[in-house]
Design a protein around this ligand. Structure first.
Ligand SMILES: [Fe+2]
Ligand SMILES: [Fe+2]
Length: 265
């Protein structure tokens, strides 16, 4: 079993496709991840399953690898209680989770932006330009820069999970660039396609960070590192001046257009 725990998950799933389905049952989406270089043992740690689920999962995996043997499932991570508890983030991680909320508010409006795409009128074009400005200045520079320039540097960036995060950021940037180009050529179809792709990538990405990456990082940072991280974030934020307030105002304006409040008669 040890040899498989130290193999990357893509190889394990290639050898034993049923393991991909077992992981999905426990909400561990390795079979849809195109990087797949996490080691099987790291995946179990990163996903912070309950002790019971971890044991069950390992027993099912062992059964697939050794169908004819009685294999004792290993406890990879010693856990007390029935864990995991409600996620409670450290202060710097909570900042990032809060920033995700504003980004998710834009993501929620993307279908309406697509339905109402107008690439001809100055107002229609300006709305797309302003949405791109929000994505670039808030989601990408303010938020992703904090992750890439500060948070990720506390960890070994060659690990698979961080490679996946970097790749998501790069893919999201590529779609934003494609939206700008499509706006120049007034190509509504391409704008809609890339907005949809951006929405899909960012929704999944934020879920991975909120539920898997940040809790795992919190578990692996010392108190003093968390304090330093918080102060690094505060220093970085000063560079961005009014970007957070301007971004929130923009999203509120979009919500007024696309999600009018319910009027109680
Ligand atoms: Fe990210
Ligand atoms: Fe993020």
């Amino acid at each position: 079993m040890e040899q498989y725990l130290n193999k990357n998950i893509k190889e394990v799933i290639d050898l034993f496709p049923a393991i991909g389905d077992i992981l999905s049952e426990y909400d561990v989406g390795c079979s849809t991840c195109h990087v797949g270089t996490c080691l099987l043992k790291d995946i179990i740690d990163i996903h912070n399953l309950t002790a019971k689920n971890e044991k069950e999962l390992m027993a099912k995996i062992a059964k697939v690898i050794y169908p004819d043997r009685e294999v004792e499932a290993l406890d990879l991570v010693s856990k007390s209680g029935s864990g995991p508890k409600e996620i409670s983030y450290s202060a710097p991680m909570q900042k990032l989770v809060d920033e995700h909320v504003l980004i998710k508010r834009l993501i929620a409006i993307i279908p309406k932006l697509i339905d109402n795409l107008d690439v001809e009128s100055p107002e229609g074009r300006q709305l797309i330009i302003n949405s791109i400005d929000f994505i670039r200045s808030y989601a990408d520079k303010y938020h992703h820069a904090k992750e890439e320039d500060i948070l990720f540097k506390y960890f070994d960036e060659s690990t698979a999970i961080l490679q996946v995060m970097h790749e998501d950021h790069r893919n999201a940037r590529a779609h934003v660039k494609a939206i700008v180009e499509a706006l120049d050529s007034r190509d509504k179809k391409a704008i809609a396609e890339h907005l949809n792709a951006y929405q899909a990538i960012l929704s999944e990405h934020i879920k991975k960070e909120d539920e898997i990456l940040y809790p795992w990082m919190d578990r692996n940072l010392s108190y003093s590192q968390i304090g330093k991280l918080f102060s690094d974030f505060n220093t970085k934020e000063v560079e961005f001046e009014d970007i957070p307030t301007r971004s929130e105002t923009f999203i509120k304006g979009l919500e007024v257009i696309y999600k009018p409040p319910v009027v109680v008669k």
